[in-house]
Design a protein around this ligand. Structure first.
Ligand code: MG
Length: 387
């Protein structure tokens, strides 16, 4: 069955088709849309949007994507409104990755689709929420945000009556599959490598920015970090007020790492100009920064882990969130009739544990808190036996 484009679109003659545009702009080693393995349910091609553009739009218009605005990245909403949410982080990753993609002449549409998708499966309360749900269902397949992203776009999201999910292309799903199993031993497409690298560049820089703004870190703690020393050599961070210095630091950290990654990638790809996307994977090209910057980056990440992610203020947030998610999980497992109708219908096929986990995983931080109050605190008298 081939689904028609709906609503029917008037046939137009674009001045430059997406096929011609890619032929003109992309390097041989990019993933060309015409080489896509297509979708699980075949669809007519669109008159002016390529398949990866359509995937990007499908992710962008999904309910799960909109909910990213209510999910914490590292810091919760009650800590202020300066810091990143999961949505703003996603947009930063997409922006950086498109810049790299354009410079290396890779497929920007594919990069953007995968960047917008990459964190869509995060449950409320960040990695803490993921750890709690994983522990709750450890005997039933476990939980990971990367695998849940695939389940969301393949089964849970609804955009068409003829199939579940978003019916994304094989390549976008393959990219997300790589994220959920990085130890598979396979080398992914260059486009997903770029998204992965830019995810890391973005969160290291913005977590540092947010932690400084929130007072979790002090400037003098950063002096010994190799990456910070590198940018201080070229940036006038001793001038201006604290906010200005922070902005310069973040801008410079991103600029330094992006420039290094791109320069190093150009060197890595210098002998691959005759190879196509699949051949580049087969010969095992893995894009990365120069060894010196990789080393400094690992130092920054170890610093962030110790000084920010394990900060007492975040441990307190995580502890409260863990208790709430745990109690909600136990309550809904004991009383599945409290699940929304759609999720009740999934219990037979998916099992109660997995169904409760994915229902909770779809919640925003705020909705999860509201459900905790409504179901657990206000419902405590009527549900003594589950707690
Ligand atoms: Mg991310």
């Amino acid at each position: 069955m081939t689904l028609p484009t709906y609503p029917p679109t008037r046939c137009i003659e674009p001045s430059l088709s997406w096929q011609a545009r890619e032929r003109l702009l992309l390097a041989p080693y990019a993933m060309f849309s015409i080489h896509s393995e297509g979708r699980a349910v075949q669809e007519e091609s669109h008159p002016y949007r390529g398949p990866f553009q359509r995937d990007r739009d499908r992710v962008l218009h999904s309910a799960a994507f909109r909910r990213l605005s209510g999910k914490m990245q590292v810091f919760t909403g009650d800590m202020g409104d300066y810091h990143r949410t999961r949505l703003t982080h996603t947009n930063e990753v997409a922006s950086l990755a498109r810049t790299v993609g354009r410079t290396l002449r890779l497929n920007e549409d594919l990069i953007e689709a995968m960047a917008l998708l990459h964190d869509i499966g995060h449950p409320p309360f960040g990695h803490c929420g993921e750890d709690v749900l994983d522990a709750c269902v450890k005997d039933h397949g476990g939980f990971s945000h990367n695998a849940f992203a695939l389940e969301l776009v393949s089964r849970i999201e609804q955009r068409h009556t003829s199939y579940p999910g978003l019916n994304l292309t094989h390549e976008v799903l393959e990219g997300q599959q790589f994220r959920s199993d990085k130890n598979s031993g396979t080398v992914p497409m260059l486009e997903i490598q770029v998204v992965d690298a830019c995810d890391s560049i973005a969160y290291d820089a913005h977590d540092l920015d947010d932690a400084l703004k929130l007072g979790l870190l002090q400037w003098n703690q950063l002096q010994g970090l190799g990456l910070v020393q590198r940018v201080m050599r070229f940036s006038s961070m001793d001038q201006g007020n604290t906010a200005h210095r922070r902005q310069i630091l973040v801008h410079s950290l991103i600029d330094l790492q992006m420039g290094d990654f791109i320069q190093h990638a150009i060197l890595q790809l210098a002998d691959a100009t005759e190879l196509d996307s699949k051949s580049v994977q087969d010969v095992g090209i893995q894009l990365q920064m120069s060894p010196e910057l990789e080393s400094d980056k690992r130092e920054l990440e170890a610093f962030l882990f110790e000084q920010v992610y394990r900060h007492p203020r975040l441990i307190e947030v995580r502890s409260r969130a863990a208790t709430r998610l745990n109690q909600l999980f136990r309550l809904l497992k004991a009383y599945p009739q409290r699940l929304p109708e759609r999720f009740k219908r999934m219990v037979n096929e998916s099992g109660i544990e997995h169904t409760v986990a994915i229902y909770l995983a779809g919640m925003t931080d705020r909705f999860c808190d509201e459900q905790y109050v409504a179901m657990v605190e206000l419902g405590r008298e009527s549900a003594q036996d589950w707690s």
